[in-house]
Design a protein around this ligand. Structure first.
Ligand SMILES: [Zn+2]
Length: 308
């Protein structure tokens, strides 16, 4: 899939086995022909690898066993399908496992190399026992729990800059003092009933680059500094961009690049392992979305290059 030489050959971007493909198509999602463009662009920057699918046993450390059993068996109600945003199919389950496997691979890469990347992932609306918002398994929560269980991290920051609040993640870790969930999101975006996370910053419609970056500096970085994590997850949602079909903020591509630079440098300069997942992005312009995704990759690679 990849063409060498890569400028950052030390790193890998992982894909779920069914990256961006398969059912269910949504009109807001990147059309298939543009997915190929995105993959080609990513492949010019670093090697791409399909990750192993997640073992159910790891999902069970975060999710309710009966919930997982029902979804595996297709015993899912219409109301649950509506909450997810898709009709149930085996592909929905497979894709959840594949994407979560890619986030786990990125997490393991971050431990080994300082940076790990999943070109998908970020299904942060999945709760312990219910699915919603295109999220069946909470990939980042599963990987964070794995880090804790394996003793590979003791203070984990989840920096969720997708335009939608990471409600599932906040709920899953509400009573877990070793995980600090940060969410910067649109006040008027889904989910309309928000959870209380470690730090929630709700921004008004139309928030621009300057206001967004100011919020990132304080309170976000000041709170992260105080928490002093030893591992960082970054959900680099591109749905903060102006023109997003499911977002209400108005960042420019340059603003998103600056956001990514600041987060990735913050982690790199402190020597913190960073696992990056792409999270949401539904721009009316596929070209704008692809450029933002590639910019996120470049920001992460440049920052990680400081320490390789
Ligand atoms: Zn989102």
């Amino acid at each position: 899939m990849s063409t060498f030489p890569h400028p950052y050959r030390a790193f890998t971007a992982f894909l779920g086995a069914s990256f961006g493909a398969g059912p269910p198509p949504r009109r807001q999602f990147l059309p298939a022909e543009f997915r190929e463009t995105l993959l080609a662009g990513a492949g010019e920057r670093l090697p791409l690898h399909a990750a192993s699918i997640l073992e159910w046993a790891l999902a069970e450390r975060v999710h309710d066993a009966e919930y997982l059993r029902r979804w595996q068996a297709g015993e899912v109600s219409r109301a649950e399908e509506r909450a997810l945003g898709f009709a149930w199919s085996p592909a929905v389950v497979e894709r959840g496992l594949a994407s979560s496997g890619a986030t786990l691979a990125a997490t393991q890469d971050a431990l080994a190399l300082g940076l790990g990347i999943n070109l998908g992932g970020g299904t942060h609306h999945a709760y312990r026992a219910h699915a919603e918002g295109f999220s069946f398994l909470n990939d980042v929560a599963i990987s964070a729990q794995w880090l804790l269980d394996e003793g590979r991290a003791t203070r984990i920051a989840i920096i969720d800059l997708d335009v939608h609040q990471g409600n599932g993640t906040a709920s899953i870790f509400a009573a877990e003092s070793r995980v600090f969930t940060v969410s910067v999101h649109g006040a008027n975006n889904y989910p309309f009933q928000k959870e209380v996370g470690g730090l929630d910053v709700a921004l008004p419609d139309g928030t621009d680059d300057a206001a967004y970056l100011a919020a990132l500096q304080d309170p976000v970085f000041s709170a992260l500094h105080a928490f002093a994590p030893d591992f960082v997850f970054y959900l680099a949602g591109a749905d903060v961009l102006e023109g997003d079909q499911l977002g209400r903020l108005a960042l420019t591509p340059a603003g998103v690049r600056e956001r990514d630079n600041r987060v990735c440098h913050w982690a790199a300069l402190r020597g913190l392992p960073l696992a990056l997942v792409m999270a949401g992005g539904y721009n009316k312009s596929p070209q704008t979305l692809i450029a933002a995704r590639l910019g996120t990759l470049e920001a992460a690679l440049e920052a990680a290059g400081l320490r390789v």
